[in-house]
Design a protein. Structure first.
Length: 250
């Protein structure tokens, strides 16, 4: 198997005496979507916050594309090829779809000091924004304000904003949350389309989506890894069934 795009070893985060993430080691590869599941309070979002640089680990190691990034600030980790989405939609409501994506793409310019040049003059930025919008099938909504989008479209926009930064690794925190069946189906297809070219770490409660998409599953309980493996292994794991999936199969 190719080198992992994302790797953690012994990752730990303490809040006082509570280990919200405790000795978590995992790998995420391009082309193999890796889902992290577990009950509320298992430490899943804290894990993503550690990987994205929003939180500093108390112990352990994080590598992105073979480079150690442990403790780096979120903007540095982002610049190294990591994009993330949040549980709550994180877009600029007064901006159009295109303006949101252009702003994200602009963060990749080598210098932020050329502030006297209009943003619309950066052809490479505009092209990156347009490509990202096309990937998530929002081209026809490009000039619509984010505030006028449906919930599902805003989640698509958030994914487009991450794509506009040309990430190798995507950290997606409950991208299907709050969606109806039709919107969820569109998001599942989008994630399926993105998986071959990205290393995706997905936190999600929709088990139908998780088992449809994931090549690898990691189950967390109380901050620790209970089990990790292929979906069929996880589904058959008695400990996982008892702790999370609702008891053993009848």
């Amino acid at each position: 198997m190719a080198e992992a795009a994302l790797r953690t070893a012994g990752l730990r985060r303490l809040f006082g005496g509570l280990a919200a993430v405790n000795d978590v080691s995992l790998e995420c590869h391009v082309g193999r979507l890796h889902a992290v599941i577990g009950p509320n309070g298992a430490g899943k979002t804290t894990l993503i916050n550690l990987l994205s640089g929003d939180l500093a680990p108390s112990a352990g190691r994080i590598e992105i594309l073979g480079r150690e990034v442990t403790g780096l600030a979120a903007h540095r980790i982002s610049q190294l090829g990591v994009g993330r989405s949040y549980q709550r939609t994180n877009v600029f409501m007064d901006f159009s779809v295109f303006e949101n994506c252009r702003l994200a793409a602009q963060s990749r310019l080598p210098s932020s000091l050329r502030f006297l040049r209009p943003a619309a003059r950066y052809r490479e930025v505009n092209e990156a924004a347009e490509r990202a919008i096309g990937v998530v099938d929002l081209t026809s909504r490009s000039h619509v304000r984010a505030s006028d989008l449906s919930h599902g479209e805003r989640r698509q926009l958030e994914v487009a904003m991450t794509l506009a930064t040309a990430p190798a690794v995507l950290l997606l925190d409950e991208p299907l949350a709050g969606m109806g069946a039709e919107e969820a189906a569109r998001m599942v297809e989008l994630l399926r389309k993105l998986a071959p070219d990205h290393a995706i770490l997905l936190v999600e409660h929709d088990m139908d989506a998780v088992f449809a998409l994931a090549a690898t599953l990691t189950v967390m309980v109380n901050g620790s890894v209970l089990a990790s493996g292929a979906p069929a292994e996880i589904r058959a794991n008695a400990q996982v069934q008892e702790a999370y999936l609702g008891g053993p199969d009848e």
